[in-house]
Design a protein around this ligand. Structure first.
Ligand code: ZN
Length: 430
């Protein structure tokens, strides 16, 4: 489902000596490697694990934007944006490398991110605000990698080499226990969840799907777990949150051990996924950034690189969703999500139509901060004070009156339990 990356060595190494020539040569090598690997992956079920070792990333340097962005008072769901955009076209401009759009070079050094540790997740369900729905625990315990692969998030095409990702990949070692993200009933267990190809070529490999005991806006919620080396549950078995349902493996369309995890809403189908990063409880004291990048007509702009920078100048790259079939969250209608951010103030910057846009926002523990960035609108929407939205229905699509949101316990639904028939409707690889 994705190529294996040795991201442990992926650090934003800082080097004043990094020359443009060496940077381009490295990029060329990396891109060539990616292309070669993609040839294997496009054959659908590589028999030999493929590894890409990115030993060093280009230097990333940053100079803070020259203008401090005032805190906006926008309620992104109910109000009009308050101008807070920094238009960099007439000031200190970042130098965005067109050959490597992930890197924006500003001039001074950055620290090296240390993303390999984070606090244990908060208990679920967690909904500090009505629009948040952190209702699922991590399907991997905190003693292993239990956060999404940063370069192949939901909706990502992995630099255009893959189909849009329908879930997140947790790079846990082979044999790591896979845990039920919340309580429910097993409605699928076995090899071949997608079911549109011969079983041995099914991209999901050994998979489990759990139908949960609660729903969202009247719709049933499912979680799917794929690529497992073995499964430890049986069909129709009730499971509790944290119960082991299998082991991390590399079965199906996978090139290395990891867990592919999906949130499905409404129906247990491939095309019914949502971004798990809006549903998995964040680490204690950490939060989530989500938003929309829109053109001047208010339409989503796909595959726009965004650089998110914390107060220590650590960079967190994210790319807006692909134009391929990707579902927006029913609450946020977002086209990018970046989870697992320590509480604090962050800057973000991107290019739209050749112009630089930048803003600043605050990540709060246990909450999703939402921003809107629109072309030609010299303002950036943000939730300066998440409490400002407390108690309000965030959008017209948020039909909270149909199914009350849970407070301490999830909300049950009356949706009939689906059968175990395969219901594939697409041929894309997850
Ligand atoms: Zn995956």
């Amino acid at each position: 489902m994705r190529r294996k990356l040795e991201v442990g060595s992926w650090k934003l190494e800082v080097s004043k000596q990094w020359s443009v020539i060496s940077r381009r040569r490295s990029l060329f090598i990396v891109h060539c490697s990616l292309f070669i690997v993609s040839l294997f992956i496009s054959s659908c079920a590589p028999r030999t694990p493929v590894s890409i070792v990115i030993t060093q990333r280009p230097a990333v340097t940053v100079k803070p934007v020259s203008t401090i962005v005032p805190l906006a008072t926008l309620d992104p769901f109910n109000g009009s944006p308050t101008p807070s955009l920094v238009d960099l076209s007439s000031g200190s401009q970042p130098n965005i490398n067109s050959s490597d759009p992930f890197r924006i070079n500003f001039g001074t050094q950055t620290a090296v991110p240390t993303l390999a540790w984070r606090p244990p997740p908060v208990p679920v369900p967690l909904s500090v605000r009505p629009e948040d729905h952190f209702w699922f625990a991590r399907p991997i315990a905190s003693n292993a990698v239990n956060w999404p692969h940063p370069l192949y998030r939901y909706g990502s095409t992995y630099f255009g080499f893959m189909n849009a990702h329908t879930g997140v990949d947790l790079d846990s070692p082979m044999g790591t226990p896979v845990l039920a993200a919340n309580s429910g009933t097993v409605v699928w267990v076995g090899y071949g969840l997608l079911g549109t190809k011969p079983v041995e070529k099914d991209p999901y490999g050994n998979a489990v799907v759990i139908k949960h005991e609660f729903g969202f806006n009247g719709q049933t919620i499912y979680t799917a777990y794929a690529h497992m080396s073995e499964t430890n549950v049986w069909l129709n078995q009730p499971v509790k949150m944290g119960e082991q349902i299998g082991l991390v493996g590399s079965t199906g369309f996978s090139t290395g051990p990891h867990l592919h995890f999906e949130i499905r809403i409404g129906e247990n189908k491939f095309l019914k996924t949502l971004n798990p990063e809006l549903w998995l409880a964040p680490p204690t004291g950490w939060g989530v950034l989500a938003g929309r990048v829109l053109d001047k007509n208010g339409k989503y702009i796909p595959e726009v690189p965004i650089e998110v920078i914390d107060s220590k100048r650590l960079h967190y790259p994210i790319v807006t969703y692909s134009a391929q079939f990707v579902n927006n969250d029913p609450v946020y209608k977002e086209n990018f999500v970046l989870s697992d951010l320590p509480e604090g103030v962050y800057k973000y910057q991107l290019k739209i139509g050749g112009e630089d846009y930048a803003g600043e926002t605050e990540i709060r523990a246990g909450q999703t901060t939402f921003v809107v960035i629109q072309e030609s609108v010299k303002q950036i929407a943000r939730t300066a004070n998440p409490a400002a939205t407390l108690g309000r229905a965030p959008s017209a699509t948020f039909t909270s009156t149909n199914t009350p949101l849970p407070t301490n316990t999830p909300t049950p639904t009356n949706t009939p339990r689906p059968t175990n028939t395969r219901t594939p409707t697409a041929t894309k690889n997850p």
